[in-house]
Design a binder for this molecule. Structure first.
Ligand code: CP3
Length: 350
């Protein structure tokens, strides 16, 4: 790989890239006709995730169309509970369903017995994507691995699926913190092992998704978001001190500052509610930032999209920056809107 300049790695290393690097959360997915086609053939979503040929193909699809600077592994944050023995299904149109864990007896069933065997296909996918990028002339695209953060993954494990209010996990956090603590320790160990294996297979950057970080007050944010994330980062840095780790504490608001201080992440991904001017002054002066176009702006397209992209690039032009959405791309987004976003981005200087 000597000699290939990777703009995303340059930006994360606080160097000046040739152009503004970009990728999109959920860039491999249902807005792409070629994804929908393959998904129909594969059957279920998890059938795709655990099939390295299909998962690698789906990871590469958006890169072929749009030439992103980052290729994110096609997988899901919920493979970790599944690998620890919790039952998981994705029901069409309903999102994930897990058999909820509500007490110590439920948590005690989690184990590492099948962990490596369940996740082996994911590492195989990473390998295939790395070689696929080179074979397809996209060697300058950076391979991004990922995992969910323990707090967010525990939300799904305890609630049993998506939730609006997170009552079950919060009741556990207040009434039985020792049960949640034990689950968090297990998730820290599992997540660090999982990310390290992705790095060994070829991931050059890893992102930790904490989608529900915004559900907690400042004190619990430190305890359930920052502390476990810090532990994972320490475990990864021990063998891999130079692999950049991007944190995404979605919805954290001013707690983004605490997050940077407490976790030691190399870069942060910003949700659309974060004001870029504030972030440029308060966060980007210490770490590279990534984000934060509202996925609804991309869905809308037109002038709003062009102006949205221009504003974000301008606001973050003073420091290291990776352009992204502030959250996952909406499934009804027209492909032409993504083309317009890329064209707008490429027409702007660094
Ligand atoms: O392109 C990429 O970003 C890589 C793949 C990726 C997926 N999920 C694929 C996926 C990544 C990084 C994730 C992360 C993920 N998964 C998160 C964190 C980011 C976020 O969105 O907050 C969370 C919370 C999950 C859990 C999850 N997976 C939910 C709640 C759902 C259902 C919602 C939906 O959009 O249907 C999923 C399903 C899922 N994960 C899909 C994809 C492409 C859609 C599945 C399909 O094809 O039907």
């Amino acid at each position: 790989m000597v000699g290939v300049k990777k703009n995303m790695l340059e930006a994360l290393g606080k160097h000046k890239p040739d152009h503004v690097p970009f990728w999109f959360m959920r860039q491999a997915g249902r807005y792409l006709p070629e994804y929908r086609e393959l998904r129909k053939q594969a059957g279920g979503f998890l059938d795709m995730v655990y099939n390295p040929d299909l998962a690698a193909e789906v990871t590469l699809q958006p890169i072929r169309r749009f030439g992103m600077d980052g290729a994110i592994l096609f997988s899901d944050i919920l493979v970790i509970p599944q690998a620890l023995g919790q039952k998981l299904e994705f029901l069409e149109g309903e999102g994930p369903k897990l058999e909820p864990i509500r007490d110590g007896a439920g948590a005690a069933k989690l184990n590492f017995k099948n962990f490596d065997a369940v996740l082996a296909p994911v590492y195989e996918t990473v390998k295939k994507v790395r070689s696929g990028l080179v074979a397809e002339g996209a060697a300058s695209t950076t391979m991004i691995g990922f995992a969910g953060a323990p707090w967010t993954v525990a939300c799904y494990m305890i609630e049993g699926g998506s939730s609006r209010d997170f009552h079950e996990i919060k009741l556990m956090a207040y009434r039985n913190p020792e049960v949640l603590d034990a689950m968090m320790d297990l998730l820290v160990e599992a997540t660090a092992a999982y990310l390290i294996r992705q790095i060994q297979a070829g991931a050059e950057v890893v992102q930790i998704f904490d989608s529900w970080a915004g559900a907690l007050d400042s004190q619990l944010f430190r305890k359930w978001v920052c502390r476990p994330t810090r532990k994972i980062i320490d475990l990864i840095r021990d063998p891999y001190p130079r692999v950049p780790i991007i944190g995404f504490p979605r919805g954290a608001g001013v707690n983004y500052i605490t997050y940077l201080q407490d976790t030691g992440v190399d870069a942060v991904s910003l949700d659309p509610q974060i004001d870029p001017k504030w972030a440029a002054r308060i966060l980007q002066t210490s770490v590279p930032v990534q984000g934060n176009l509202d996925p609804a702006c991309l869905l809308a397209g037109g002038d709003a999209l062009v102006m949205g992209v221009e504003k974000i690039v301008k606001d973050f032009s003073g420091g290291p920056f990776v352009f992204n959405l502030g959250h996952g791309i909406h499934k009804d987004t027209p492909v032409e809107h993504v083309e317009l976003m890329v064209k707008t981005l490429r027409s702007l200087g660094v």
